[in-house]
Design a protein around this ligand. Structure first.
Ligand code: NAD
Ligand code: MG
Length: 363
């Protein structure tokens, strides 16, 4: 059962919702039943996660109508076609507008199930049960849902906030180490973009985190969710500061798209992207070499890549970065560091420094 229940609230007026964090939440039917209150429950999961955890939901909702759709695993499944079997299941079961869609999985399932919830009968309730570290600290919070297009990542989607996020830390026990590392990239992102105290804490506790010490992971998930909740509450639709959460992502998305989704993990790509953002910030003279190296060292200690793939090349970067959603009027907007723990979104930087940074990645 639950050792300690932590709760973070995302304050969005009538769309506010709780993030519940604790070990054993999926074994606590009351927690599930309080958070998911529909008579018709549509669980979306994948072939890796469903065999591990779907039974917990079935047990908690034995007296409700529960249907499930189990997709193949992988980022390449985050596409429009993969949504059709989910809609089929909803329709075959005659699920109404009062149903709730529950995402049981990592960010791929969360993003896709959320978009299903946003669009089925013009929008039904949605609950996130994130099962990766990345999903717990990032993708399950904030209401960005959607799928990839062959020409660009997350190009089709909608804002659709969940009604609750249930993060059972015990499910991380089965997560492969490579996925834990990828999640740690987003964790480090929060520290670099706006939480210098957390950066120092992470430097001291990284080894415990990578060894999955339960108290360390609980603190990490809560701290990241508090950071994200504050940013989302201030800027739900990314008119401004929410774009800071894209630190490392302009470079990272280019790496992912150029490699074909699923080769480099999202977290791995943004790890390299954050290192590039740190190098560019240093090249611009905004941070010093010591801080640049401090950021890169933490990413390296987490076992993450600190450079783009050697064959990427400046031309490929430019091609994919030109499609970034942050761009305005043809200007390439980037998230850069003014200090460790202080990021900014800007198109106002020396373009030659960007060129030099991209060209240096071939190393
Ligand atoms: P993922 O969903 O592919 O999960 C990673 C792998 O771990 C998969 O193979 C999955 O089956 C497996 N897995 C999941 N939980 C497990 C568990 N408990 N035990 C064992 N295996 C488990 O990847 P991810 O890193 O969770 O998410 C990446 C996606 O999230 C990307 O598509 C990215 O664009 C998206 N994302 C979205 C947002 C947002 O705001 N919506 C933010 C960040 C990332
Ligand atoms: Mg991300």
């Amino acid at each position: 059962m639950t050792d300690e229940l932590r709760r973070v609230d995302v304050a969005l007026g009538e769309r506010s919702y709780p993030i519940l964090i604790g070990r054993g939440l999926l074994d606590d039917p009351r927690c599930l039943r309080d958070s998911i209150d529909a008579r018709e429950v549509m669980v979306v999961s994948n072939e890796t996660v469903a065999p591990l955890y779907l039974d917990r939901l079935r047990a908690a909702f034995a007296d409700r109508r529960l249907a499930s759709a189990c997709l193949p695993d992988g980022e390449q499944e985050k596409q429009l076609e993969s949504m059709l079997p989910v809609f089929d299941t909803l329709l075959v079961n005659g699920f109404s507008r009062d149903c709730q869609v529950v995402a049981l999985g990592g960010g791929v399932i969360g993003d896709l199930a959320g978009f299903v919830a946003a669009t089925y009968q013009r929008g039904v309730g949605f609950v996130q049960v994130p099962t990766t570290l990345l999903a717990m600290v990032d993708s399950s919070v904030g209401g960005k849902t959607g799928v990839n297009h062959p020409r660009g990542k997350n190009m089709i989607g909608a804002f659709h906030q969940p009604r609750a996020v249930i993060a059972d830390l015990a499910v991380l026990d089965s997560l492969p180490q490579r996925e834990l590392r990828a999640g740690m990239a987003e964790v480090i992102k929060y520290a670099l973009l706006g939480d210098a105290d957390f950066l120092a804490w992470l430097e001291a506790h990284l080894d415990a985190a990578m060894a999955r010490d339960p108290a360390t992971l609980a603190h990490i998930v809560e701290r990241c969710c508090r950071n994200k909740a504050a940013i989302v509450a201030a800027d739900e639709r990314e008119a401004g500061q929410r774009a800071l959460l894209n630190l490392g992502h302009t470079f990272g998305h280019a790496i992912e798209a150029a490699r074909g989704y699923g080769d480099w993990l999202h977290g791995e790509a943004i790890a390299a992207g954050m290192c590039m953002a740190a190098r560019l910030s240093a090249r611009l003279g905004w941070i010093n070499a010591r801080d640049r190296d401090r950021a890169i060292a933490l990413i390296e200690r987490a076992g993450l890549p600190v450079h783009a793939p050697a064959d990427m090349g400046a031309g490929r970067f430019r091609e994919f970065m030109a499609r970034d959603k942050k761009n305005r009027d043809g200007a390439l907007r980037l998230v850069l560091l003014r200090a460790l723990g202080d990021a900014t979104v800007t198109a106002d930087y020396d373009p030659d420094a960007l060129t030099a940074t991209l060209e240096a990645e071939g190393h």
